[in-house]
Design a protein around this ligand. Sequence first.
Ligand code: ADP
Length: 251
Amino acid sequence: MDILRTENMTKRFGGVVANNDLSIGIPEGEITALIGPNGSGKTTFINVVTGVHPITSGKVYFKDQDITGMEINRISRLGIARTFQKIRLFENLSVIENVLVARKSFYKSGPLSVVLGTPSFRKEEKENREKAMELLELVGLEDNAYDSPKGMAYGLRRCLEIARALALEPQLIFLDEPAAGMTRDEFKVIMNLMMILKEKGITILLVEHTMDFIKAVADWVYVLNFGQIIAKGTFDVIEKDPLVLKAYLGE
Ligand code: ADP
């Protein structure tokens, strides 16, 4: 079953057709990669389905619910999380606080119990800290919990962004270039993380340029060029597709 699917989704920016009639299915519990040359419409796809940009035409369904045009926070509450190509962190908060902020929506305590620090609020705070710590362990950041993200290596900042997205307990996560700019060791951490998330039953859609990474983790690949799907299938199939080779080599 597809956890998310688009039907004839088109997104225009003025005269630019960034996504052209895309019907894409993201199979539940699997890892799907969206690849294609720069400017082919990958980030736009994520932005439209997560409600950042309004759709021009077509439909988006999450678990068969029509979420077309739904507001960004409502979409995230349904269980869809994402990271951004350009990392967005709260630089003045510690690493663990960055994750805790994302869990704010799970707090049941009202503002008064927060101010008064009631026992129920303290219990909730403790549980959320434990959960945040678990997520930091998952992405290999447990020793950095009380550091500032400011000076951290790029790969670690990426991992923190993923931990923050996971704090929303998503069923589906969109990762925009998770392996970009990573060292070999960080790359291994991220690759391992993909497998752990998959084992947990989280569906992943990733936009990525690193072919080794896609080959290693993706169950399915969609290839975009000029906003259109030019190929889909397993990595082994699409890597031999003449249209894909042409798009990448620009022949
Ligand atoms: P990719 O992620 O594959 O590099 P994008 O989705 O970022 O591609 O871009 C697809 C096309 O849409 C490009 O031509 C880009 O210039 C255009 N585009 C993307 N976002 C905007 C925007 N906010 N305003 C105008 N044009 C945009």
